[in-house]
Design a protein around this ligand. Structure first.
Ligand code: ZN
Length: 497
């Protein structure tokens, strides 16, 4: 059950009635922090919480975020034999954010984190009790010493309580103004005209003030709208009943500016084979090995702010771009609890153990959970910080050594919306048969995916349901490539004859 804790936020909204448009909303820091927390949500968490929230309400109009929802669904359907371990799979389906500790302190935490219990060896004298402690969801297991790992180690709840009057991300005393397209500025009286300009407002004629209350449902609507619309506040506040079906969906545009462009030559490349319908150059599916599939699944672990960072705040999610850019442009260090938290929101790390060994994306990790032990008091606990308490402290790592999420020598079929399935001849043939495509009209093209292409697929996955076609710019690429029959096609031909 989703945590709807009855929280309410009051927004003062300035509306231009004539144009039926929200100019801006004045919000307190509690609400501003919830909005900022959108940037801390891993893409897999976004897909999951939106599915969970809207999926039950109306199964006929599922909320699909670009190709991310289908990527997520494909993973959950993938037999566990294809992933390293059930634990690794759950790391992707329930990705941990490096802001989990912070988000728990928010007035409303929409990240819906798993309630976690960790288990250690019941023997205090066992030297393996810490190093072999069972991780999240991995409850069955025996310690190296032979005893069942059945002693639960709990999170120190005092750590998750909100501290005094301080905020989580921003200081409590500030209120903020949020424009229709999610630009956010501190609400300060000085520089009134400039403030409005920063929000993109040039005309306040005929504006009227309205008080609006947002609860959990409205915050979820705002998350969804921020990913689908350039005018999320107007959509929500002025057209409430239309919100579910009348979104102006953001279109994928191919323009991309890579922040780490210069590094791209140094990184590795992944090879995939595109199986294409010759007559119209349409992608049927791609064949890929574990490398590429691992890369695709890693999308689910990247927080939205991390995506913004990777793509130089030039995604097709314009409202999220605006929110992200506001941090650097408008919200000075003095409005943050600390400069370090501002930097972390802008360039978020993944929890330790979350970056695959062979990843092509420039991602970094940080420790987010600590294990504490006090032998004198025979106490052990977990916390989100190193803390000042005495005793021994260890770092929790979400994997056992660096490993990929997907294992093995298997080939996978990836369709355009990033649905991944294990590849086999019979399923492939039946797909071609179902599509009524003769083998003579099928060709195969090998493509190298380097950092540029990888970032481009990531960008396309946010808004496009044809993430491979758009991300790899397949249409323009195929015009240049000569046709050639491959071993794969020849093998098909043999099967048919
Ligand atoms: Zn033991």
């Amino acid at each position: 059950m989703f945590l709807d804790n009855g929280v309410e936020f009051s927004l003062k909204v300035l509306i231009n009635k004539e144009k039926n448009k929200v100019l801006f909303a004045e919000v307190d820091s509690d609400f501003a922090e919830v909005l900022l927390s959108f940037l801390t949500l891993p893409l897999g968490t976004i897909a999951r919480v939106l599915k969970k929230h809207y999926g039950d309400k109306d199964a006929t109009t599922p909320v699909n975020i670009g190709s991310l929802t289908t990527l997520y669904d494909g993973l959950s359907n993938l037999e566990s034999i294809n992933v390293q371990s059930p634990f690794r799979k759950s790391m992707l389906l329930y990705p941990v954010s490096s802001f989990e500790g912070e988000c728990r302190k928010l007035k409303l935490d929409i990240s819906d984190p798993l309630t976690v219990t960790y288990f250690s060896c019941p023997d205090w004298n066992c030297t393996h009790r810490w190093s072999k402690m069972a991780m999240r969801g991995d409850t069955t297991g025996t310690c190296v010493c032979g005893k069942m790992k059945n002693k639960s180690v709990c999170l120190d709840e005092s750590e998750t309580a909100v501290h005094g009057s301080g905020g989580v991300f921003t200081i409590k005393t500030t209120s903020f103004l949020i424009s229709d397209d999610l630009r956010m500025v501190p609400n300060v009286a000085v520089g009134f005209v400039q403030t409005l300009r920063n929000l993109g407002i040039t005309d306040t004629k005929g504006a009227e003030l309205r008080n609006v209350t947002f609860g959990f449902n409205e915050v979820m609507d705002l998350l969804k709208a921020s990913l689908m619309s350039r005018t999320p506040l107007t959509d929500l506040i002025l057209n409430k009943t239309k919100v579910y079906d009348d979104f102006v969906r953001l279109k994928y545009d191919a323009g991309i500016s890579f922040q780490e462009k210069e590094k791209s030559e140094a990184t590795k490349k992944m090879n995939i084979r595109l199986v294409v319908k010759k007559s119209n150059n349409k992608l049927l599916f791609a064949q890929a090995d574990d490398d590429f599939v691992d890369f695709l699944f890693s999308f689910l672990t990247i927080p939205l702010g991390g995506v913004e960072c990777l793509l130089g705040s030039n995604t097709c999610l314009k409202s999220i771009d605006n929110l992200y850019k506001s941090i650097a442009d408008f919200i000075d260090d003095k409005y943050w609890v600390s400069p370090s938290i501002k930097n972390r929101v802008m360039k978020p790390n993944l929890p330790k153990g979350y970056v695959s060994e062979g990843t092509i994306l420039p991602l970094s990790e940080q420790v987010t959970l600590y294990y504490h032990r006090d032998m004198n008091q025979k106490k052990e606990w977990l916390s989100y910080s190193i803390g000042k308490k005495s005793g021994w402290v260890g770092e929790m790592v979400f994997s056992r050594g660096q490993e990929n999420f997907v294992r093995g020598t298997k080939m996978y079929m990836v369709i355009d919306d990033l649905t991944v399935t294990p590849m086999c001849m019979t399923s492939t043939l039946s797909i071609l048969k179902k599509m009524e495509i003769p083998l003579s009209d099928v060709k195969e093209v090998e493509v190298h995916v380097g950092l540029q292409e990888a970032l481009s697929i990531l960008k396309a996955s946010l808004t496009s349901t044809s993430a491979l076609t758009d991300g790899l710019k397949i249409n323009s690429m195929l015009k240049k490539k000569p046709n050639h029959a491959s071993a794969f096609i020849r093998r098909f031909a043999q099967l048919f004859n």
